[in-house]
Design a protein. Structure first.
Length: 287
């Protein structure tokens, strides 16, 4: 049993490693360029990816151990594991947030893997998605606990909800990650090209599908998404990374992102989830 848990956790780790080793991601860290993140590099992400793997196993084990208990209780348990994983991450990155968003979302996905024992009976994507929705149905209640008298204590997600009504990754989770299941994964799996090309184009495709709260934070502009879409759209009109013109425009995008201090870290997390789902489908655990 432990062997299967370890294998699934390794697929999650691989998904994170695939994402960070994808080169020329506008504004994001890759093996040759830190993008807009001057406080980190590829090695920061490698350290983080390695230290998180035992927690990935714990997410799966917790889902398995609690498979006959109310799913909302499982979610409360994995949130605590997530906090421990964040502490481990910060301990090896000198306090730099490399994977906080990925920990949150992968924790949910991995707990569902354990709960459904996907290594025994392959699970349909639609059922997996419904289980996510059940697990996170009360997630937006977090916003009801915000102390309106202490705005300095708010997280960025809380600030966006109070001031702009944006639910961010919590809202995406509550809906069952439709951006991943319904858009990112089909695009990724239908893509004809190298692994590198597939990842870069899927990343930018995903970034056009969802308002990235990390982008809003880095730009300090609630309405930046409209400007962002106008900047990205020509990339796909030029054929994406498969064409010479598309590659040149990708270089231009990277320069513009660094100039504007933009980052689409939230979209990178969605790419990680997309890669992870594709990998467990390749193993025959999800169909």
């Amino acid at each position: 049993m432990h062997d299967n848990i370890q294998k699934i956790a390794q697929e999650a780790q691989l998904a994170m490693l695939y994402e960070v080793t994808c080169i020329n991601k506008p504004g994001l860290v890759d093996p040759v360029d830190p993008g807009s993140h001057q406080d980190m590099d590829i090695f920061t992400f490698l350290q983080s990816s390695v230290v998180l793997t035992p927690y990935f196993e714990e997410f799966i084990q917790t889902g398995l151990d609690r498979q006959h208990q109310p799913i909302e209780e499982t979610f409360m348990a994995i949130r605590q594991i997530g906090l421990e994983a964040e502490t481990a991450m910060f301990s090896v990155t000198n306090g730099i947030n490399t994977h906080k968003g990925a920990i949150f979302s992968l924790g949910i996905f991995l707990a569902i893997c354990g709960r459904l024992t996907i290594w025994k009976v392959p699970c349909k994507k639609s059922f997996f998605q419904k289980e996510i929705q059940k697990m996170t149905k009360n997630l937006l209640n977090d916003f009801g606990k915000i102390d309106q008298t202490k705005p300095k204590a708010w997280t960025w997600g809380e600030y966006l909800f109070v001031n702009h009504g944006l639910t961010g990754i919590r809202g995406e989770a509550k809906r069952g990650y439709p951006c991943v299941f319904d858009r990112g994964l089909p695009y990724y799996q239908a893509y004809q090209g190298s692994q590198q090309d597939k990842m870069i184009d899927t990343l930018l495709f995903l970034s056009m599908e969802v308002e990235d709260t990390n982008l809003i934070k880095r730009s300090n502009n609630r309405h930046v998404f409209e400007e962002y879409q106008l900047l990205i759209r020509p990339y796909f009109e030029l054929g994406g990374v498969k064409t010479i013109q598309g590659k040149k425009y990708l270089d231009y995008l990277n320069q513009q992102f660094k100039k504007k201090n933009w980052s689409i870290g939230g979209s990178a997390d969605l790419l990680i989830l997309t890669i992870f789902l594709d990998k467990i489908m390749d193993k025959g655990w999800l169909c």
